[in-house]
Design a binder for this molecule. Structure first.
Ligand code: SF4
Length: 408
């Protein structure tokens, strides 16, 4: 069975002191789960992530923060880890036991509110102790979404699942589609997919698969060609396609081979729109024109894939950037969960398409850079600037083009 990619799952963080019954709650949820796909523990203090299919929520990632809180206090290191989890969750569940509420819980609630994370409070273990009226009042002052339950015996299990559905953010339910809004029923869309050394063996990469699925969902047709065959393939079509979407690495050739009246964009630009904020990421690309001798640039990737020869992030973008700017740049790289705290040191962040991150995770990275006053852009936009074709590849998104304010 092919599993839903993690970046497309609802991310739920589980918080609470030691021994409040987070494990029993996880067991209850797990029993409801159709399958636990994987369990990924990092270091001993890292939160454990479990991906599963839960009825009625669908595909989710549970991030169990057990280990963050085992002294029942939020020390500096634990706050850091907690914040790290909060950067990527869509929903938080705070588990408490009857009649126990202190600064630990207060701080967590304050963080949920500060980060605008929808949350519910589970008052667990009601089979062992009855929560007092005044205690429930404290919880209800924090959020109307409170559930009294016993995860061990499953009491109020249905209420728990009903409540959790109520707090799923609308932004999650109404997530934008990758390219559905750009096409109509019956349109023909051409996808340009290079099959080079970096292409994974025997499969397509996630943004390509997502694009195909989105095109089919919108009752349109999709033709896939390698960049070498694009020109010939277009010449064989009776009428031009509605849109051509290419890998960023062949955007120059794709633009050259595609008639001017056909719109072109890249998978990475579509991902920038889906996962982040295309206008902000386009605006960030202006900084490419202003890089000075010795400036630091961060190239950030959301996964830790094995970089092959002529890798886009570690080789091609740095090379194009140095050629374009004509100055010596200090280029750092980060990948996977690592996202540096010293972001303010950089003059520019160039982020990958973030196909493995959920939207919340990418938006948090974007906000961190913006908070530090550092322009941030994405691979697709940066490559189009460096290749001198951004006017063309952002043509389907006029607001983003305005945000960039083309300077070439
Ligand atoms: S580098 Fe970024 S866009 Fe590329 S596969 Fe990894 S997460 Fe996806």
């Amino acid at each position: 069975m092919t599993q839903t990619p993690k970046g497309l799952r609802l991310h739920i963080g589980l918080f609470g002191r030691r021994n409040v019954g987070k494990s029993s709650l996880m067991n209850l949820i797990t029993n409801q789960a159709m399958s636990i796909v994987s369990e990924m523990a990092g270091t001993t203090t890292d939160p454990v992530e479990k991906t599963m299919e839960i009825q009625p929520l669908g595909p989710v990632v549970f991030i169990d923060t057990a280990g963050i809180d085992d002294e029942g206090s939020l020390g500096e290191a634990r706050i850091k880890q907690t914040l790290h989890v909060m950067q990527k969750i869509d929903i938080a569940i705070l588990v408490v036991e009857p009649n126990v509420w202190g600064t630990f819980e207060e701080k967590l609630v304050a963080l949920f509110k500060e980060k605008k994370i929808a949350f519910m409070i589970v008052c667990n273990k009601i089979d062992q102790e009855t929560p007092q009226e005044s205690f429930m009042q404290i919880l209800l002052e924090k959020t109307p979404c409170c559930v009294k339950m016993s995860a061990t015996i499953g009491e109020n299990k249905e209420v728990f699942f009903e409540r959790i559905q109520e707090i799923i953010p609308t932004s999650w339910i109404k997530q934008p589609s990758l390219l559905g809004d750009l096409i109509n029923e019956g349109d023909v869309i051409v996808l340009v997919v290079p099959i080079d050394l970096q292409a994974p063996k025997g499969r397509l990469i996630l943004p390509q698969v997502q694009a195909i699925r989105d095109i089919l969902d919108h009752d349109a047709c999709c033709i896939i060609a390698k960049e070498r065959e694009l020109s010939y393939m277009l010449s064989q079509l009776k009428s031009p396609p509605k849109l051509v979407v290419c890998d960023s690495q062949c955007v120059l050739k794709t633009v050259a081979d595609t008639p001017k009246d056909v719109r072109v964009t890249t998978f990475s630009i579509l991902m920038a729109r889906l996962k982040g904020d295309l206008n902000a990421l386009s605006e960030g690309a202006r900084m490419i024109h202003n890089l000075q001798e010795g400036d630091k640039v961060l190239i950030a990737e959301a996964c830790t894939h094995h970089a092959l020869e002529d890798d886009i992030g570690s080789v091609k973008i740095p090379r194009w950037l140095r050629q374009y700017s004509g100055v010596h740049l200090v280029i750092d790289h980060c990948s996977g969960k690592d996202y540096p705290e010293n972001i303010a040191e950089y003059k520019l962040v160039i982020h990958c398409g973030a196909c493995t991150l959920n939207r919340q995770g990418m938006l948090s990275r974007l906000q961190e850079a913006q908070k530090a006053g550092v322009p941030i852009t994405n691979y697709g936009i940066a490559i189009s600037v460096l290749q001198g074709v951004l006017n063309r590849s952002l043509e389907p998104f006029p607001l983003a083009l305005m945000a960039y304010d083309e300077k070439e």
